[in-house]
Design a protein around this ligand. Structure first.
Ligand code: SAH
Ligand code: SF4
Ligand code: F3S
Length: 473
């Protein structure tokens, strides 16, 4: 897509922001107070970043105060549909919200967006059974929030806009960051991998990489605004740039990000093992800024199942990558995602997964029970594993993952390491909490003046998954 198109759409949305601001001003006068909003985000970092963009637009319109659902004038649920229980939760929450609206907040406007809304059946359910919802939109329509809200205010019915896909990337949207000192940065959207269990490619569309110049420009601006840590976001960052008019690899992009002054920490999410290049490992080894944490989803340790999952690597290849990562960055923390109970999983397959967990010794792992997603190839596979067997395997996996996690995560006790201080400690106001380069949390005595800075902290005691430390001068 060409640059002009982006600006044209950007300008169009600015016009709707202005129109909505007038409506918001009227509401404000009638209420005699500022307008309040509530955004709730479900799912992954992609959704979290989308929500920052959505709140950026809301603030420009005049919704300036964040509030609880009961007190808000506009509530937006940004949904996830990666596993079924995510969907069930949304419907539960919408039910509660409806009684709030009826009981005490009749002016409340309700919107639902995100991945779940990309599924026609779910939109149909909302249309039929949740008629009090005012606005529904999908993952490709985020940048049109102002226009959609304008329609919501001027049309007397539920407004629904869900595009099936898009190749458009709109730049220069306002965004409000949750933390002033760290920020997610989208480097690509969508996914082309079609792992057979996964709904994401269907709800996020085809893989599109952002122009590297736009990415660097955004990071430079973030740095000027005081951001020290960036998290580069994509469903498969290792395949970044392959479809650009002038291809540029992920490792080349990392080298460019590394040059941005003021940025001190670089993270990224998610790496797919199949596209992980030796060049990337080399960049990790030589970089001053890339954090010593690597999230490398395994999904299964059985090569037979990995093939059925369409993952394009084997158990051996996975272990080889881990070895290379550790050779390049000896104290790197490795974390992962694992699915239990994929169709056809035998006890033998499962034992292969446990074997990889024992060999790699992950710092931590997100473990998931396989969830059947309608429309994905795995949903139609024979031999869906019975619930009781899956539950038993899940418990065994979790126990192993936790035992190993506790053993490895205390390994830095006694060392003094840099911590990016994130916030005042939630339990003890005399303490602050922050993260090591490897993403482990550290709590230590200190004032809120430290929030946002990187300071040396001596790690005194390991508490399993976090440390208690001491500020070192
Ligand atoms: N793009 C990332 C993951 C995105 S989804 C990657 O390729 O790793 C996050 C995690 O949810 C996945 O890693 C997977 O472990 C899990 N997941 C996805 N679909 C699932 C399903 N149908 N059932 C259970 N877990 C699933
Ligand atoms: Fe889903 Fe696979 Fe794409 Fe990750 S790489 S989002 S698991 S299809
Ligand atoms: Fe969920 Fe969508 Fe992310 S389905 S995991 S929020 S891309």
């Amino acid at each position: 897509m060409n640059q002009e198109k982006h600006t044209e759409e950007g300008l169009r949305q600015q016009e709707f922001i202005a129109k909505m601001r007038k409506i918001a001003e009227k509401k404000e006068k009638a209420l005699g107070r500022k307008l309040r909003f509530h955004i709730e985000t479900f799912g992954c970092q992609m959704n979290a970043r989308d929500s920052e963009k959505l709140s950026g637009i809301l603030r420009e319109i005049g919704y300036v105060e964040e509030a609880k659902e009961e007190q808000a004038d506009f509530v937006l649920y940004n949904t996830c549909t990666v596993r079924e229980n995510a969907n069930l939760r949304i419907y539960g929450r919408l039910g509660t919200l409806n009684s709030v609206k009826k009981r005490s907040n009749p002016g409340l406007k309700i919107a639902v967006c995100g991945c779940m809304m990309q599924e026609p059946d779910e939109v149909q359910t909302i249309r039929e059974k949740y008629r009090f919802v005012n606005l529904v939109f999908g993952t490709h329509n985020i940048f049109r929030l102002a226009e959609l809200m304008y329609r919501m205010e001027t049309e007397e019915r539920m407004v629904i806009e869900v595009w099936e896909g898009t190749d458009e990337i709109v730049e220069d949207l306002p965004a409000v960051r949750k933390y002033p000192f760290k920020s997610g940065v989208n480097i690509m959207f969508g996914c082309n991998n079609f792992c057979t269990y996964c709904i994401v490619p269907y709800v996020r569309g085809r893989e599109r990489s952002r122009n590297p110049l736009d990415i660097i420009r955004e990071i430079e601006q973030l740095s000027k605004d005081g951001v020290k840590e960036v998290m580069l976001l994509g469903q498969n960052v290792n395949s970044y740039g392959k479809t650009l008019p002038e291809p540029l690899s992920f490792s080349e992009l990392l080298r460019e990000v590394e040059k941005v002054p003021g940025i001190e920490r670089i993270r990224f999410m998610t790496s797919h093992p199949k596209d992980l290049s030796d060049d990337l490992i080399e960049v990790l080894g030589s970089s001053e800024k890339i954090c010593s944490h690597f999230h490398l989803p395994l999904q299964s340790g059985s090569s037979r199942l990995l093939e059925k999952m369409n993952r394009h690597y084997t158990k051996e290849r996975y272990l080889e990558i881990v070895e290379k990562l550790r050779r390049a960055v000896p104290d790197i923390s490795i974390t992962t995602d694992i699915i239990v109970g994929f169709p056809g999983e035998t006890e033998e397959d499962f034992l292969e997964t446990l074997d990889v967990v024992r060999k790699v010794r992950f710092d931590s792992a997100f473990t998931f029970i396989y969830s059947k997603r309608t429309g994905t190839p795995a949903a139609k596979m024979p031999d869906q594993v019975p619930e009781d067997i899956v539950k038993d395997r899940f418990d065994r996996l979790l126990a192993l993952v936790q035992t190993i996690g506790q053993e490895v995560s205390g390994r830095d006790v006694g060392r003094t390491l840099p911590v990016l201080v994130e916030e005042q400690n939630r339990q003890d106001p005399h303490m602050v909490s922050g993260r090591l380069s490897n993403n482990t949390m550290v709590h230590f005595k200190g004032g809120t003046d430290l929030v946002g800075s990187i300071v040396p902290v001596k790690l005194i005691e390991s508490k399993g998954f976090y440390y208690i430390g001491e500020l070192s001068e």
